[in-house]
Write a protein that binds this ligand. Structure first.
Ligand SMILES: [Zn+2]
Length: 54
């Protein structure tokens, strides 16, 4: 069976964590591991991916 996965909109961030974004964090999600960047929103440098607590 094939999954019908809709294409992400180019106007949105398809891999950003909503909770992190609400907390003014970067929230970029590393899809292969499910880790979320805990750096501040619009931070400079590389993302710091951490496993979300909870
Ligand atoms: Zn980041």
């Amino acid at each position: 069976m094939t999954a019908d996965i809709p294409a992400p909109s180019p106007e949105s961030n398809p891999s950003t964590n909503d909770d992190a974004a609400a907390a003014k964090l970067c929230g970029m999600t590393h899809l292969p591991t499910g880790r979320v960047c805990v750096q501040p929103a619009r931070h400079t440098g590389s993302c710091d991916f951490q496993l979300p607590s909870g």
